[in-house]
Ligand binder design. Sequence first.
Ligand SMILES: C[S@@+](CC[C@H](N)C(=O)[O-])C[C@H]1O[C@@H](n2cnc3c(N)ncnc32)[C@H](O)[C@@H]1O
Length: 322
Amino acid sequence: MTSPDLPAELKAALDGKLRGFSRSDAAGRAASISKTYRDGGGSGGIRSETDALAYALARMPATYAAVTASLNALVEIRPEFAPNSLLDVGAGPGTATWAAAEAFPSLQRFALLDANNTLRTLALDLARDSTRLRQINYDRGEARAALTSADAADLVVASYVIGEIGDAERRTLAELMWEKTRNTLLVVEPGTPAGYARIIELRGRLIALGAHVAAPCPHDGQCPLQPPDWCHFTQRLQRSRAHKQVKGAELPFEDERFSYVALARAPVAQRPSRVLAQPAVSKVEITAKLCTPDGLALTKVPRRTKADYAAARRWRWGDAVN
Ligand SMILES: C[S@@+](CC[C@H](N)C(=O)[O-])C[C@H]1O[C@@H](n2cnc3c(N)ncnc32)[C@H](O)[C@@H]1O
């Protein structure tokens, strides 16, 4: 299992960039960028070097943690998967690329693309001294146009991107990303009802084109959750001092909520159930909300079934369980 916290090389590169920058300027820019996000302007507020760095300090730890948690789930279901090439769509500061490089030692070639040149410059700077990201190729361009000429990759990742793209374009983008996927496509979104809705729409569209869900779902059928419920997970990550300063936060950790889907070209052999919320533990039983191959289940594991109860005590929200 890969740690959800930023790898040492990336932390050092970010700290290096921060030298010479005022942390209060960075905090001000981070606040303004997140306001633009909340107002629906996506990453359009990231224009200068300070903006890019402020965004990376404020958001990279959390998006990295969400991508890592999703990749860990994928690795658990398909431990034999050893991709050689990665395509990171809407790569921004390169977050998902760093996460994939940690999760898959087999990765050698890293192709990134993004429309934002400021984030591209920062990503290349952060990766400059990396021992892992030696073969990196970062294309600047609008995703659909850039994807048309991109090489196919074993693993394609789109992290916190599809929400920035209009509905019609998003459909074309989903199909283009799938076209460029040799083995597996991972899409990660914020764990909100809207983020989940985008994931579910893309999931259905690509299953119709022959994709199979590797994670989180234990089936390729319709999602059994009914609104206002939605499928999402949470990942805790530690906050560094700089991270706390830029966010104006006190707590030494934060919990990132995310939704994701990993879609594979080949049918998936292992299909364990997925824990959809933190199980409730009482003296009598453990109650867990599970997505199973046969649909949604509220499973109760009585204390008297000692071995099963002991196993269920270890279940955590997001786990794959049998
Ligand atoms: C929220 S950021 C996420 C960055 C990175 N994937 C991460 O997880 O940290 C969204 C990224 O998508 C890029 N983006 C949005 N729309 C795009 C488009 N049509 N073509 C290319 N990149 C796009 C933005 O420039 C930005 O870097």
